[in-house]
Design a protein around this ligand. Structure first.
Ligand code: HEC
Length: 89
């Protein structure tokens, strides 16, 4: 009785740990998005050397999308949030 309750709990903890870890290592992580989508025409450091506000990053990423950067609306938002939080004035 006790033993099986412990087994169920352990399984639950292991499962929770695996699903959290899975989300963190998702290929859509912000740093990877930047590396994958923003280094086709210039090094990604072209962006990471800059400091911009959220509005400026939004305008920059939109301009890059107009040039040909491939991002879905959701990916764009993820990237703008990441850039604005990490590379701010
Ligand atoms: C299709 C090619 C292309 C892709 C993909 C691209 N860029 Fe650019 N980027 C350019 C060109 C060309 C310039 C220089 C002309 C300009 O600034 O408009 C530039 C310049 C920049 C600059 C310097 C000018 C400024 O406004 O500060 C930044 C920052 C930048 N890119 C960020 C990014 C980010 C972030 C991404 C990923 C979303 C990205 N780029 C993807 C072509 C691209």
């Amino acid at each position: 009785m006790n033993k099986s309750a412990v087994t169920v709990m352990t399984a639950g903890i292991v499962f929770a740990a695996i699903s959290c870890g899975g989300q963190q290592s998702s290929p859509k992580s912000s740093a990877e998005l930047l590396e994958q989508r923003c280094s086709a025409c210039h090094p990604a450091s072209r962006a990471t050397d800059k400091k911009k506000t959220a509005e400026e990053w939004e305008a920059t990423v939109q301009r890059m999308m107009d040039k040909g950067a491939k991002l879905t609306g959701e990916e764009k938002q993820t990237l703008v949030n990441y850039l604005a939080a990490t590379y701010k004035p």
